[in-house]
Design a protein around this ligand. Structure first.
Ligand SMILES: Cc1cc2nc3c(=O)[nH]c(=O)nc-3n(C[C@H](O)[C@H](O)[C@H](O)COP(=O)(O)O)c2cc1C
Length: 165
C-alpha cells in the first residue's frame, strides 16, 4: 500500500455538509467502478447501484431513513441494492471502496441507512425480494464544518487481541 492510500483511509470521515457543486461524470464513473471491483462471497457480485441525482428522488429517500436529513443536499446519492442471497459484508466492501475512491478525489461521503425498507423499495422501484443495503451520499465537503465533528476512535489496544481473546 502506498503512503497516499493509507492517508486516504485514515483521514476518511463520514460528513453531512456538502457544497452545492456537481461531481464530474469521470469521478462518478470511478466511484462506481470502485464498487464494482469489490470482492464478494464466491464472486457472487450481489450489489446493484442506483444513481440518484434528481431533487425529488433524493428528498423521497430522505424520508426513508431516521438520520437521512442530509441526503437532499448531496449532489450525488447512490443506493446499494442487494439481490436475493447477497450479504451485508458484500455491500459493505463495495460501499467502503466507493467512499475511499471518492475521498481520494476530494469527495466526502456518508452512509445512510434506509430504516423503512418498503418505502425505499417503492421510491427506487426495486423488486420486493431485493433490499437496500445502504444509501451513500457524496459531495465536496463544506469546510465550514469540521470533518470529524469531534468523534474519536477507541485506542488500538482496546480493540486488538493477539493470538486469543
Ligand atoms: C452501518 C452504518 C449505518 C450508518 N447509518 C447512518 C445514517 O443513517 N445516517 C448518518 O448520518 N450516518 C450514518 N452512518 C455513519 C456513522 O454515523 C459514522 O460512520 C460514525 O459516526 C463515524 O463517523 P466518522 O467516521 O466521521 O467519525 C452509518 C454508518 C454505518 C457503518
Amino acid at each position: 500500500m502506498t503512503p497516499d492510500a493509507y492517508r486516504v483511509i485514515i483521514s476518511k470521515r463520514d460528513t453531512r455538509h456538502y457544497l452545492d457543486k456537481p461531481i464530474p461524470d469521470e469521478t462518478v464513473q470511478r466511484i462506481l467502478q470502485a464498487g464494482r471491483m469489490a470482492g464478494s462471497s464466491k464472486n457472487s457480485q450481489p450489489v446493484r447501484y442506483i444513481v440518484v441525482r434528481g431533487a425529488q428522488g433524493k428528498a423521497e429517500l430522505a424520508g426513508c431513513g431516521q438520520y437521512a436529513h442530509h441526503l437532499p443536499s448531496a449532489p450525488l446519492v447512490v443506493a446499494l441494492v442487494l439481490v436475493p442471497g447477497g450479504g451485508a459484508f458484500d455491500a459493505g466492501r463495495a460501499a467502503q471502496n466507493m467512499m475511499l475512491a471518492a475521498w481520494a478525489e476530494g469527495v466526502t461521503s456518508c452512509p445512510v441507512a434506509m430504516h423503512d425498507q418498503d418505502r425505499a423499495r417503492a421510491v427506487l422501484g426495486i423488486p420486493p425480494d431485493h433490499s437496500v443495503a445502504m444509501v451513500l451520499a457524496f459531495g465536496y465537503p463544506d469546510r465550514r464544518y469540521p470533518l470529524h465533528g469531534g468523534r474519536q476512535r477507541l485506542p488500538l489496544h482496546e480493540l486488538v487481541h493477539w493470538e486469543r481473546w
